[in-house]
Ligand binder design. Structure first.
Ligand SMILES: [Zn+2]
Length: 59
C-alpha cells in the first residue's frame, strides 16, 4: 500500500511529493506546498491497495 505520491501542481506545475494516510481514499482538498493554491485530490485504490492520484484545481 503506497502512501507517497508525486503529483504535478495544476497551478505552478512543480512536481511535489505528497504523503497520504493509507486508510484515506476519495476526494479531499490540500494546498500546494509551493504556491499554496488549493488542490482537489482524488485518490483511488485498487484491490491490492495500490493508489492512484489525480490532482485538479479546487477553485
Ligand atoms: Zn503549486
Amino acid at each position: 500500500m503506497n502512501t507517497e505520491f508525486w503529483v504535478t501542481c495544476p497551478y505552478c506545475f512543480e512536481q511535489v511529493e505528497i504523503y497520504i494516510e493509507p486508510d484515506v481514499e476519495g476526494e479531499f482538498v490540500q494546498d500546494c506546498e509551493v504556491c499554496c493554491q488549493p488542490w482537489r485530490i482524488r485518490l483511488v485504490r485498487d484491490a491490492e491497495g495500490m493508489g492512484f492520484v489525480e490532482v485538479t484545481r479546487a477553485q
